[in-house]
Ligand binder design. Structure first.
Ligand code: ZN
Ligand code: ZN
Length: 503
C-alpha cells in the first residue's frame, strides 16, 4: 500500500505553486476544497497563501452570480447583528438601513460557512423548483438557466432574512403590522423582486403540502405559505428531505402571527397591486415576469381531466419524482380507512419493507399479536406500484373489483398518459387498497380463508382492533344503503363492546 500511494503524494508536493493554485480553484465544492487542502502539505501551504481568492472563487461557484452573493451577504450580516442581541427596534432599523446588498463585503469565517451551507440548500431547492416549473423530468440537476437560477436563489436569500425578522423577539412586533412590516421586509426591493418572493413562498407552501400525509394536508390547506416564510428556506429543505419530520422542521406558528396572515398576504397589495385575491392562482401582471419564463402554448394536458397545470404532470417517465407523500414510506397513508386498521397497516408496511412513518397514528393498546410474517417484496418501488395500479383491471379476479375499477375512470389511462396531481392522487387513493388486497393474498394465501367484512375497505369499524384482526378488510364491500349500513355498523360495535374486547 505504502509503495502505491507515496509517489502520488510526492508528485503533488513538487508541483509548481501556480499549478497547485489552479487545482484548488478547480474544486467543485467547498467539501472538495476542504478535502484537497487537508490531503497534503503542499496544497495546504498554497491555500494559506491564496486563501482569500480561493475561498471567494469557491463561494461564487457554489452560490451564483453577484446579485445572489449580494443578497446573501446582506442577509447574513443583518442576521449576525440580530443574533448579537440588539435591544431595541430603533437600533435594529438603524442597523438594517446601513446594510445594503453588496457583493464586495468580506465575510468572516463564520459568515462564510453559513453562506456555503445555504448554497447547498439553494441547490437542493432549485432542483425541486426546476421540477415544478421548468422541466418535469428534472432529475438530480436543475434545468434552470443561469439567469433563472440567480433570481430563484436571490429570492431564497431574501426569504432567509424575512424568517430571521419574524423569529427575532425584538423585530417580530414590527412584522405584525403591515405599516411597519412592508418597509422592513421589502424596503429595498423592486416590485418584481417582491413578486418573486411571494411566488417562491407560494411554491414552498405547495411543496411542503406534498410532503404531508394526505389527511393532514387536507386539514392544513392554505396554512403553509406563512409557515414557510416564518421557518425559512433551510427548514423547508429539511422537510423536503425528511418528510416524516415535517412538523418538527416547520412547526405551527403563533396564533398572533396566524391572525395576521391575511394582512401579510395584503403586503403585496400595499407594495403594489400584484395579486388578485379573487383567484386561487394569482395571474401574473402584465409588467411582471415569472422566474421561469412560461411557454407560449397552454402546456401539457392531463389525460383524465384535461387540466393544464404547467409541468406538474406525471407519466411513467417521471414517476420517480411524484410528491414526497407518495414515497414508499408514505404510501400507507393513501390506504384510506385501511390505514386505521392496525392489522392491515402492519402487514402493508411489512410488505413494503418500511417502518411506520407515523408510529403513534393508531392509539390501540393490548392488540392481539399478529403472527403472520411477511417478507418484503423484492425490488418494489413507487414506479412499479403505479405501473401495477394502472394494470389492475387486467389482474382482478372478482366482479365486485371489476365494477369498482370501472367506476373510478382510470381504465383507459396507460403509463404513457399524463396525469395532473389531483388525478394522480385519485388514482392512488382509489386503487391502492384494491392492489394491496391482491398482494396480501399472494403473499399470505391463508388470508383468503378469513371472513370478509361486509363493508370491506370502507368499514368504519375496522378501527376496533379485534374486528380488524378477525375480518379481512382489504376487499370491496357490499353496497349497503345508508340506513342498513348504519345498522350493520352498530351491530359490529355492539358485538365487540359486549364481548369486552379491545377497541
Ligand atoms: Zn387531471
Ligand atoms: Zn369491518
Amino acid at each position: 500500500m505504502q509503495s502505491l500511494t507515496t509517489p502520488v503524494i510526492r508528485s503533488l508536493e513538487t508541483l509548481p505553486f501556480d499549478v497547485i493554485d489552479q487545482i484548488l480553484l478547480a474544486s467543485a465544492s467547498y467539501a472538495d476544497l476542504q478535502a484537497a487542502v487537508l490531503s497534503c502539505h503542499a496544497l495546504h501551504g498554497v491555500f494559506n497563501i491564496r486563501k482569500t481568492s480561493i475561498l471567494a472563487h469557491t463561494l461564487r461557484l457554489a452560490m451564483g452570480g453577484n446579485d445572489v452573493i449580494a443578497a446573501s451577504f446582506r442577509t447574513v450580516r443583518i442576521e449576525t447583528r440580530l443574533n448579537l442581541g440588539i435591544a431595541n427596534v430603533d437600533q435594529v432599523m438603524a442597523t438594517i438601513q446601513t446594510i445594503h446588498e453588496d457583493a464586495s463585503y468580506i465575510l468572516t469565517a463564520k459568515e462564510y460557512a453559513i453562506c456555503m451551507a445555504r448554497a447547498h440548500v439553494c441547490e437542493g431547492l432549485e432542483v425541486a423548483y426546476s421540477r415544478s416549473f421548468k422541466d418535469r423530468n428534472t432529475d438530480d440537476c436543475s434545468c434552470l438557466t443561469v439567469a433563472e437560477s440567480d433570481r430563484f436563489r436571490m429570492a431564497l436569500h431574501r426569504l432567509w432574512l424575512c424568517s430571521a425578522y419574524i423569529q427575532s423577539p425584538v423585530v417580530k412586533p414590527l412584522c405584525l403590522s403591515a405599516s411597519t412590516r412592508v418597509p422592513l421586509l421589502y424596503g429595498e426591493l423592486s416590485v418584481q423582486a417582491v413578486f418573486d418572493l411571494v411566488h417562491v413562498v407560494g411554491w414552498m407552501g405547495t411543496t411542503v403540502m406534498g410532503c404531508l400525509p394526505p389527511d393532514i394536508a387536507m386539514r392544513r390547506q392554505g396554512k403553509y405559505p406563512l409557515v414557510c416564510l416564518s421557518s425559512g428556506p433551510s427548514n423547508v429543505y429539511n422537510a423536503y428531505q425528511l418528510p416524516q419530520r415535517t412538523d418538527e422542521f416547520l412547526p405551527k406558528i403563533s396564533r398572533q402571527l396566524r391572525h395576521r396572515y391575511r394582512s401579510w398576504e395584503h403586503d403585496i397589495d400595499l407594495h403594489r397591486e400584484i395579486l388578485s385575491r379573487t383567484t386561487a392562482q394569482p395571474a401574473v401582471p402584465d409588467d411582471m415576469s415569472t422566474i421561469v419564463e412560461l411557454p407560449d402554448g397552454p402546456g401539457p394536458e392531463c389525460s383524465k381531466c384535461q387540466a393544464k397545470p404547467g409541468v406538474c404532470v406525471w407519466d411513467k417517465h417521471n414517476w420517480t419524482h411524484v410528491p414526497r407523500n407518495m414515497r414508499l414510506q408514505g404510501l400507507v397513508d393513501w390506504l384510506g380507512r385501511l390505514a386505521g386498521n392496525y392489522y392491515e397497516r402492519h402487514l402493508f408496511l411489512q410488505y413494503l419493507g418500511v417502518d411506520d412513518p407515523r408510529p403513534n397514528y393508531l392509539c390501540i393498546r393490548n392488540t392481539r399479536r399478529i403472527a403472520v410474517a411477511l417478507s418484503p417484496a423484492p425490488n418494489i418501488t413507487v414506479s412499479s406500484i403505479l405501473q401495477e395500479l394502472l394494470a389492475l383491471p387486467h389482474n382482478v379476479t372478482t366482479t365486485e373489483e371489476e365494477l369498482y375499477l370501472e367506476g373510478d375512470g382510470f381504465n383507459s389511462v396507460t403509463d404513457e398518459d399524463l396525469l395532473c396531481l389531483p388525478c394522480l392522487e385519485d388514482l392512488v387513493g382509489s386503487r391502492l387498497p384494491v392492489w394491496w388486497g391482491g398482494k396480501k393474498i399472494d403473499a399470505v394465501p391463508d388470508e383468503a380463508n378469513k371472513p370478509k367484512c361486509s363493508f370491506g375497505m370502507e368499514c368504519s369499524e375496522q378501527k376496533l382492533a379485534d374486528h380488524a384482526y378477525d375480518f379481512n378488510h382489504s376487499c370491496i364491500g357490499q353496497d349497503f344503503g345508508i340506513i342498513d349500513g348504519y345498522k350493520e355498523s352498530l351491530r359490529i360495535q355492539r358485538m365487540y363492546t359486549k364481548a369486552g374486547k379491545r377497541i
